[in-house]
Design a binder for this molecule. Structure first.
Ligand SMILES: NC(=O)c1ccc[n+]([C@@H]2O[C@H](COP(=O)([O-])OP(=O)(O)OC[C@H]3O[C@@H](n4cnc5c(N)ncnc54)[C@H](OP(=O)(O)O)[C@@H]3O)[C@@H](O)[C@H]2O)c1
Length: 252
């Protein structure tokens, strides 16, 4: 029996590592065609090679910085060329720098807003004609940090709170043509942790695990499963404007 995934075409940003790579692997494994976007060409090529080795659907890497001025237009053009349309946009690329207010650099605040809010908004707009044409969907990979108080991570939390707001407003604005939802991961073991938390990473990790009812970091594959659940027309065609926590109970 054929699966609806064999007809799905996805654009996944941050597709070369962590949660994004897990989304690419899962979607392609189900038979979808995926344009995997990120800055590091080598990581994207690895994700594409792994999908090929697993005998999965098509994965096309596209190395581009989503915050570049013309990125949204270029990604839309590339998606049109290689996929012939788009059924789902997964705005997963994210930037995180954890610092107290007194120590945080203005450039980091701007980079988080550019990557975590402005880029998803502009990419959604650029892909909108194709998403409307397919009656497709957007899944934003936000964070539990967008709903909890985030001492020492306030800029990151604020950028994800803004992404949550964008998700809910666009869900109403774009209905009934395009569904818009978000997944809010709790702490997940990816590169982001080491890069964002620097020297204090170990202490921060311990504190976070003790504040997580299920008592551990999550796995990228556990978040990817929910992203794909929200893309899947069989499970989620009546779901829009939802902020789905996948967080070990952290926001409960
Ligand atoms: N890990 C967690 O605990 C956690 C918790 C809540 C939410 N999240 C969210 O989950 C998403 C994925 O993060 P992750 O944990 O999987 O970490 P990750 O492996 O570091 O993934 C982040 C991805 O975003 C891409 N990216 C960053 N800036 C980009 C830019 N300007 N242009 C294009 N791509 C860019 C990176 O690729 P390149 O460097 O190659 O560009 C990378 O593949 C992020 O939105 C993050 O905020 C993570």
């Amino acid at each position: 029996m054929s699966s609806p995934w064999e007809d799905l075409r996805l654009v996944v940003t941050g597709g070369g590592s962590g949660i994004g790579a897990a989304v690419v692997a899962r979607a392609a494994g189900l038979g979808a065609a995926v344009l995997a976007v990120g800055r590091r060409a080598d990581r994207l090529a690895e994700a594409a090679a792994k999908a090929r080795a697993d005998g999965a659907g098509l994965v096309v890497p596209y190395a581009v910085d989503v915050t570049a001025p013309d990125a949204a237009t270029r990604i839309a053009e590339r998606a049109g060329e290689v996929l012939g349309g788009v059924d789902a946009l997964v705005n997963n690329a994210g930037h995180a720098v954890f610092d107290r207010l007194e120590d945080a650099a203005e450039a980091d605040l701007r980079a988080m807003v550019d990557t975590n809010l402005v880029a998803p908004a502009l990419l959604t707009r650029a892909l909108l004609p194709m998403l409307r044409g397919s009656r497709g969907c957007v899944v934003n990979v936000s964070s539990v940090g967008g709903v909890l108080a985030m001492p020492s991570r306030s800029f990151y939390g604020a950028s994800k709170a803004a992404l949550n707001s964008l998700t809910r407003s666009l869900a109403v604005e774009l209905a009934p043509d395009v569904r818009v939802n978000a997944v809010l991961p709790g702490p997940v073991d990816t590169d982001l942790w080491d890069l964002a938390a620097g020297e204090g990473a170990d202490a921060l990790r311990e504190g976070i695990v003790s504040g997580t009812p299920l008592g551990r970091f999550g796995r990228a594959s556990e978040v990817a499963a929910w992203v794909c659940h929200l893309v899947d027309p069989e499970t989620s065609s009546w779901v829009t404007g939802s902020l789905v926590s996948v967080d070990g109970g952290r926001a409960a």
